[in-house]
Ligand binder design. Structure first.
Ligand SMILES: Nc1ncnc2c1ncn2[C@@H]1O[C@H](COP(=O)(O)OP(=O)(O)OP(=O)(O)O)[C@@H](O)[C@H]1O
Ligand SMILES: [Mg+2]
Length: 229
């Protein structure tokens, strides 16, 4: 039995729109083992992004609890979450924009510099090279295409070698060859470092490589199959 690194218990999320309660996530409980590669699948609107944001501690559930590496993160303040975010977890979310005043290399180095990592530059250059963007290292975000910005954001999420990576459609804006590059980068981390991957995606190419696919429908888990383990 693998150690559980991420657990959710009875998660619910609802919104009120025009006085009407809308249930988005309905009683979701799950346990993800250290080193697992989990894909969250489901139709558009099924609640993937919402669930991922809650699991990653970026959004609060209406009820339920989340434990990461044995720590109950439910109700932690932003200040209490900050060290967790800069070490244990990494995120690739579309809403997480790059810093406009920093170039590609500096954006990637930033989380490592906060941790005073003397190898920040070296690690950032290696990551840029792995996603084929070393020649663009001095470009500022507005001088990069959408897909290039996405690849820089992925490198930034990886630089501190987090134990868990949460990603929302990490290959969403990319052509097949760049998608393949990102999939390789994530799989290498998974294989070499036992990095836990929790990825919401419509991509069959990604899902077919996962250990496990959790399928959502109307905010409920309808399938949870461990493909490989
Ligand atoms: N702030 C909000 N207020 C009200 N409803 C919301 C809000 N955010 C999301 N929703 C609704 O929650 C549902 C789930 O949204 P979510 O973004 O999690 O879906 P998804 O599975 O990620 O879809 P996609 O595949 O299109 O990205 C949708 O029906 C959406 O309209
Ligand atoms: Mg989504």
């Amino acid at each position: 039995m693998v150690d559980t690194i991420l657990a959710a218990d009875g998660l619910c999320k609802h919104y009120y729109l025009g006085g009407q309660k809308i249930d988005i996530i309905n009683d979701v409980s799950l346990a993800i083992g250290k080193g697992e590669f989990v894909v969250i699948a489901g139709n558009s609107g099924s609640g993937k992004t919402t669930l991922l944001s809650i699991l990653a501690g970026l959004d609060l559930p209406s009820s339920g609890r989340i434990t990461i590496a044995g720590r109950d993160i439910t109700g932690l303040t932003e200040d209490q979450l900050a060290p967790l975010r800069n070490g244990l977890t990494g995120f690739v979310f579309q809403a997480f924009h790059l810093i406009p005043s920093l170039n590609a290399l500096e954006n990637i180095m930033f989380p490592a510099e906060i941790k005073k990592d003397p190898q920040a530059r070296e690690k950032a250059e290696k990551l840029l090279d792995q996603v084929g963007l070393l020649p663009r290292r001095k470009n500022f975000p507005e001088q990069l295409s959408g897909g290039e910005q996405q690849r820089v954001a992925i490198c930034r999420a990886l630089i501190n070698r987090p134990e868990i990576i949460f990603a929302d459609e990490p290959t969403g804006n990319l052509d097949s060859s760049n998608s393949e590059g990102i999939i390789r980068l994530l799989l290498d981390l998974h294989d070499d470092r036992r990095t836990t991957l929790v990825i919401a995606t419509h991509s069959q190419a990604l899902a077919s490589r996962a250990d496990r696919e959790i399928r959502l429908h109307d905010g409920r888990i309808t399938d949870d199959n461990r493909v490989k383990l």
